[in-house]
Write a protein that binds this ligand. Structure first.
Ligand code: COA
Length: 165
């Protein structure tokens, strides 16, 4: 599996996964805008010709805001989401991030479990954040990703998900 920057030519495949993954999917234009942002990092995971998943984040000061993460439905629970997050976090740190944050639907157990294993903790809740069903969002944050405990977490995660192909 190869993970690299998302390009305009990836977006048709991204849209197919996006529409199967989210109740309020982003549009093609939104992705086009996002991948052009200098403070952004959007990645795709490809197995040969196939798009397996993608993720992205924006850097605001020293905070990386994770904007999206999805894995194709039939390829889930194989470590691909974790591999994407590992790569994203390394790249965001390289761009100057010290903390990671995101919003996630309260009911999204799979994502919350994944983010928890990456050291994200629930630090707040935004009421009625998702307008399609008025669901609340949890706001999650990590500790300092440049500090030794987080580096050790990343080392262990890299080892754990090295198998993911
Ligand atoms: C969330 C999502 C990206 C996870 O991708 P994935 O490739 O299946 O995740 P991984 O196989 O890398 O799982 C990593 C860890 O996350 C947790 N996890 C993933 N899916 C889970 C599930 N269905 N239930 C419980 N825990 C889950 C586990 O801790 C897992 O580790 P393990 O398999 O070693 O136990 C995927 O379910 C998805 O695309 N969902 C729809 C889109 C979405 O909700 N995105 C998040 C928006 S905030």
């Amino acid at each position: 599996m190869a993970i690299r920057r998302m390009r305009e030519g990836d977006i048709d495949d991204v849209m197919a996964v996006e529409q199967g993954s989210f109740s309020s999917p982003w549009t093609r234009d939104m992705y086009l805008r996002e991948i052009r942002k200098a403070e952004g990092c959007y990645l795709v995971a490809r197995r040969g010709e196939e798009l397996a998943g993608y993720c992205g984040a924006l850097l605001i000061l020293d905070e990386a805001h994770v904007m999206t993460l999805a894995v194709r439905g039939d390829l889930r629970r194989r470590g691909i989401g974790a591999r994407l997050m590992l790569e994203l976090i390394e790249r965001m740190e390289g761009m100057g991030a010290r903390f990671l944050t995101l919003e996630v639907r309260r009911s999204n157990r799979a994502a919350i479990e994944l983010y928890s294993s990456f050291g994200f903790q629930i630090m707040g809740e935004r009421m009625n954040y998702y307008l399609d069903n008025m669901e609340n969002a949890y706001i999650m944050w990590t500790d300092d990703i440049t500090a030794p405990p987080y580096r050790e977490r990343m080392r262990a995660l890299r080892e754990r998900y090295a198998y993911a192909v």
